[in-house]
Design a protein around this ligand. Sequence first.
Ligand SMILES: Cc1cc2nc3c(=O)[nH]c(=O)nc-3n(C[C@H](O)[C@H](O)[C@H](O)COP(=O)(O)OP(=O)(O)OC[C@H]3O[C@@H](n4cnc5c(N)ncnc54)[C@H](O)[C@@H]3O)c2cc1C
Length: 287
Amino acid sequence: MSLILRTTLPDFDYLLPSSLDELLALKAKYGERAAVIAGGTVLLNLIRLGFRYDYVIDIKGVRELSAIEYREGKGLVIGAAVTLRDLENNEVVRDKYRVLWDAVRQIGDFHLRNRATIGGNICNPTLQADTIAPLAVLGASIEISSMRGSRRVAIWELVKEGGGLLLDPDEILTRIYIPEPPKGSRGAYFKVWWIAGIAALAANIDNPRERIVRIAYSFAPSPKLVEGVERIFRQEKPLKVLIGDAINYIKTIVTPPSDARASREYREHLVEFGTAYLLRKLLGVEV
Ligand SMILES: Cc1cc2nc3c(=O)[nH]c(=O)nc-3n(C[C@H](O)[C@H](O)[C@H](O)COP(=O)(O)OP(=O)(O)OC[C@H]3O[C@@H](n4cnc5c(N)ncnc54)[C@H](O)[C@@H]3O)c2cc1C
């Protein structure tokens, strides 16, 4: 395939369903011949690079996929076509789901976030997707729908190595479900553009037996939620010591790749630096 970026788009039929049933019926009918378009910030470039589809199905006409709904005690439901800008401007996301908000506000620029969607970010088959690690530390699940029905799975189960989601040709990501975060939790996202993203969440900091600390890494080729960090932080040791123990443990689990953007060694340095930065910030530990 040629990697020349065309300035014009090849011919395809543009379809704009206005209901979820219509959308799923079109995807069932055309399968791999049809691409779903949300914001188009990735898809149109892929088509310009040589990916070919007979049909492009726009999901932004399905209103229910553009809704953000929060229910106290139950959590947040985000439609796949919700824009990153709408998430950034949402007070519940900013105040209760801080780690997601912090990641979203660092994606692209203001113009990009006006168009780009959370669903497109999760399904983006090309690059690091900055929402996946925050969604993982928040315990999010995703709803996948087709004419055959809907299923809900933990976000990790469908993330593909190299980016994107493992979906059947008739399936579409429809919603993201995030449970109520632990009371008083704090979250933050550390990012070095195109190279690394680290999401962390902490709660009940002052009580070792109930302390919650979760951390996930959004390195290509595959993002990783590091299990076992919480166990370290349940010990009755000074937080400064526990942060050191956690970093040593994480270094044995997270093995970042080398690629055109950064060497493995540089990413390893970022794992150590970024993790220490986030944990100190969330746990209130001075350097
Ligand atoms: C200048 C620039 C800067 C960027 N910066 C960042 C960044 O900092 N961090 C980052 O993570 N990304 C970045 N991106 C990548 C991209 O903009 C984001 O990932 C964005 O969220 C994609 O959303 P979209 O709605 O535009 O996706 P689209 O382009 O519409 O779709 C992306 C892919 O997902 C598929 N898709 C979309 N929605 C669904 C669905 N509901 N179900 C099934 N498949 C679906 C499409 O078929 C396509 O393959 C950048 C892109 C550009 C051009």
